[in-house]
Design a protein. Structure first.
Length: 288
């Protein structure tokens, strides 16, 4: 098998259907063999039934509970047989020959992880790569709108080596994942690809952003609450990442920054009468 495509799913039946349709459309006449594996995290929206009825060639792994993004991907990786492995979110759609281009580029860079240019639904660029989260970068994320200003997340027009690319679409040779580069299963969702690619960099592997391949990404397709969920998971992700890789002094600084950001969010929620904002940051404060 040349390529294994692994998709994790949690209650995104319609998005998943669009994703699978786009894959089979773009891969209809390719000259390489591929398999598609969907790891379903106990969806209750009949996702599995839809796959069995409409896409009978897809291999389904049915989990009895929601195991999270990292653990589900690890299941798919271990089940796969491809020489190259493509991790794909269920809320993505391949454009043109995006998958073929990714595979060809990955073959030319066999010691690298590669991500494509992600696009929003309207076709605009979606920032999907950037630098690792040092304390200055975290400060820019929390207090300077670093993502908006292009300080902490980018979408370059040219192929570029970067620290990380989005886990929404990520390809690498099978041997890299099996070089002790599975996802950390203690991370339920968000920051999991940052953790993996940080460990990959320490092993000497490269990470490329490859804009010639283009994939539409809806974003937060599996989030129960699209505002609250990502904020809480990012708080958890930052804390886990720093506790794992940074000295205690840096963890203390990170904790103070996160607390300060949460305090600002709580005050803004009170002043504007936004109970959701207030409650979200109250929960976030408790996480640090």
């Amino acid at each position: 098998m040349d390529l294994s495509i692994i998709i994790t799913n949690y209650n995104t039946r319609e998005l998943l259907s669009s994703c699978l349709t786009s894959l089979y459309r773009t891969l209809e006449h390719v000259d390489f063999s591929f398999e598609i594996i969907v790891v379903d995290n106990a969806s209750v929206d009949r996702s599995a039934e839809m796959i069995q009825k409409t896409y009978p060639k897809v291999l389904i792994i049915k989990n009895k509970t929601n195991l999270g993004f990292g653990k589900a991907n690890n299941q798919g990786i271990r089940k796969s047989t491809g020489a190259y492995i493509l991790l794909l979110n269920s809320d993505t759609e391949a454009r043109g020959d995006a998958i073929q281009k990714l595979l060809l580029f990955s073959r030319r860079h066999p010691s690298s992880f590669v991500g494509p240019k992600l696009l929003n639904i309207d076709g605009s660029d979606q920032t999907s790569c950037g630098p690792f989260f040092s304390l200055p970068v975290v400060f820019a994320v929390l207090f300077l709108k670093g993502d908006v200003l292009g300080i902490t997340r980018w979408s370059p027009r040219v192929t570029k080596k970067v620290d990380w690319v989005s886990g929404a679409c990520l390809i690498a040779p099978r041997k890299l994942f099996f070089d002790d580069l599975f996802f950390d299963e203690s991370i339920f969702m968000y920051m999991d690809e940052i953790d993996l690619l940080y460990r990959a960099k320490k092993k000497g592997y490269a990470v490329y952003f490859y804009p010639e391949s283009r994939v539409v990404h809806v974003g937060s397709g599996s989030s129960i609450n699209r505002r609250k969920g990502p904020i809480l998971n990012i708080y958890r992700g930052f804390m886990q990442f720093y506790q794992k890789f940074y000295p205690a002094s840096c963890v203390r600084v990170l904790r103070r920054m996160l607390q300060c950001k949460a305090f600002i969010g709580i005050i803004l929620g009170i002043c504007t009468g936004n109970k959701e904002l207030k409650n979200t940051y109250e929960e976030a404060f408790k996480l640090v």
